[in-house]
Write a protein that binds this ligand. Structure first.
Ligand SMILES: CC(C)[C@H](C(=O)O)[C@@H](O)C(=O)O
Ligand code: SF4
Length: 483
């Protein structure tokens, strides 16, 4: 087994050359494109009279601006309509595959790539979007890139990048019932800080990460960027291969799957890999968490008291005070019972089928609180269809949630799904910055989909471990008995 990390191996295999700047020029295996960050880059290409070099390795979807209710065209919002039209024209001119809302495959860019088997281990994946790190869950090197890099990738299928150091984030032990991947990554960011990862790529491992399903690993990798890391990844294993085997990419081609699997196995970091840093997080000690402030690092366990700003080091004190002024939380008290107005289950962090199932376990047979507006926004049309096949839409609707069409939605409020005034939102998304969900006074509490569901039902932050969970089968049995 090599002493190299997966990061070193995959980087070296994709290096075309080292540039005079010291950066490496890397070949890009998959370029994902969405409507917000691509128009300018396509424009630059046109100005230079260049064509898209590898449309076959480029894949587009529309997610940020698409409405989640009425999708008749033209969209009511002229800016949204123009962004979608522009993407339609750009992909049409370049022969790029596009998960258009009419295809049944549209969804959030970080949901559709993995779901179709486009994201694979040992690959380089880029997208003009900071949460591209999500794809690292498959053992890919996945980076968010800026506009000029998007242009370069469109024109050359390569990108110039600087190599980072690798920190192994080892999560030991076993998660308690009710504790999820979201609680793990929020705890990692709490421990290491929102800028603790600067200069690093995170390799997540240890028993807790190994035991996670792919959706959980995607949740963890997704938020690497919120911890300051350039990317995050998990080494591929049986769980990864099981997911890929069933996807469009391999379902019909078991031979190719077998061939690639050998490569995937060969890039694992291995027991002798040398890391620039290793950090251990005690998985046994993690409890369901919730944010109390305005960064994803301002996190507290649901049974713990909110910290007093005075307990922070000098530079941090004022930041904490300002954050608490905004959210209106009380130091010394736990977050439990803190009232919420909106419950949002969605985003590229937590809107996959297993996330929806997870929230449904809490919601099934219950009703959301009268004062809460609840939205479930599946990550993709395929997630929505699968959820509908198992009746999850009915579970959510019966409880009083709105069941919406897929997109980024209230994660960042680039469409009509926004907070109003100083509403408080229990949100399964990844950012709680001031104004993030469309209102300057709005307040976002990040938590797991389960915790969002619990807050929706009770009307305030609740320890989901205190609520009984209802599995789909139990619900059917109960229904039978009732009949
Ligand atoms: C719109 C896009 C550039 C942005 C990002 O890069 O992350 C968005 O997806 C977000 O989550 O804030
Ligand atoms: S769901 Fe949110 S975090 Fe993810 S790509 Fe969309 S806006 Fe960005």
């Amino acid at each position: 087994m090599s002493e190299n990390t997966l990061y070193d191996d995959v980087w070296d295999r994709h290096r075309v050359r080292t540039l005079p700047s010291g950066q490496d020029q890397l070949f890009v295996g998959l370029h994902l494109v969405h409507e917000v960050t691509s128009p300018q880059a396509f424009g630059m290409l046109e100005e230079r009279d260049r064509e898209v070099a590898r449309p076959d390795l480029t894949h587009a979807t529309a997610d940020h601006i698409v409405p989640t209710d009425d999708r008749s065209r033209p969209y009511g919002d002229a800016a949204a309509e123009s962004m979608l039209s522009e993407l339609e024209a750009n992909v049409g001119d370049s022969d790029i595959a596009f998960d258009h809302p009419d295809t049944g495959r549209q969804g959030i860019v970080h949901v559709v790539g993995p779901e179709q088997g486009r994201t694979q281990p040992g690959m380089t994946v880029v997208c003009g979007d900071s949460h591209t790190a999500t794809h690292g869950a498959f053992g890919a090197l996945a980076f968010g890139i800026g506009t000029s890099q998007i242009r370069d990738v469109l024109a050359t299928q390569t990108v110039a990048m600087e190599k980072k150091r690798v920190r192994r984030v080892e999560v030991t032990g076993e998660l308690d019932d009710g504790v999820t991947a979201k609680d793990v990554i929020l705890t990692v960011i709490r421990e290491l800080g929102t800028d603790g990862g600067v200069g690093y790529v995170y390799e997540y491992g240890g028993p807790v990460v190994e035991a996670m399903d792919m959706a959980g690993r995607m949740t963890v990798c997704n938020m690497s960027i919120e911890g300051g890391a350039r990317a995050g990844y998990v080494e591929p294993d049986e769980t990864t291969y099981e997911w890929l085997r069933e996807t469009d990419a391999f379902a019909e081609d078991p031979e190719r799957f077998a061939e690639l699997r050998e490569y995937w196995e060969s890039i694992r970091s291995g027991p002798d890999a040398e890391y620039d840093d290793v950090v251990t997080i005690d998985g046994d000690a993690i409890e369901p968490v919730v944010t109390w402030g305005t960064t994803p690092g301002q996190v507290v366990g649901v049974t713990e008291p909110v910290p007093d700003p005075d307990s922070f080091e000098e530079g941090e004190r004022e930041v904490a005070r300002r954050a608490q002024d905004h959210t209106g939380v009380t130091p010394g008290e736990s977050m439990q019972g803190y009232p919420v107005d909106v419950a949002f289950v969605g985003s590229c962090t937590n809107a996959r089928l297993s996330d929806l199932r997870d929230a449904a376990r809490v919601v099934r047979g219950r009703e959301i609180h009268d004062d809460v507006r609840g939205l479930v926004v599946p990550g993709s049309q395929r997630v929505a269809a699968a959820a509908e096949r198992e009746g999850l839409d009915t579970v959510f609707r019966d409880a009083g949630f709105q069941w919406r069409a897929p997109g980024c939605s209230m994660c960042l409020g680039m469409n009509d799904d926004q907070l109003v005034g100083d509403e408080v939102c229990a949100s399964s998304s990844n950012r709680n910055f001031v104004g993030r969900q469309g209102s300057k006074e709005g307040r976002t509490l990040l938590m797991s989909p389960r915790m969002v569901a619990a807050a929706a039902v009770t009307g305030g932050v609740t320890d989901v471990r205190e609520m009984s969970l209802v599995e789909a089968d139990d619900a059917e049995e109960t229904a039978e008995v009732t009949r």
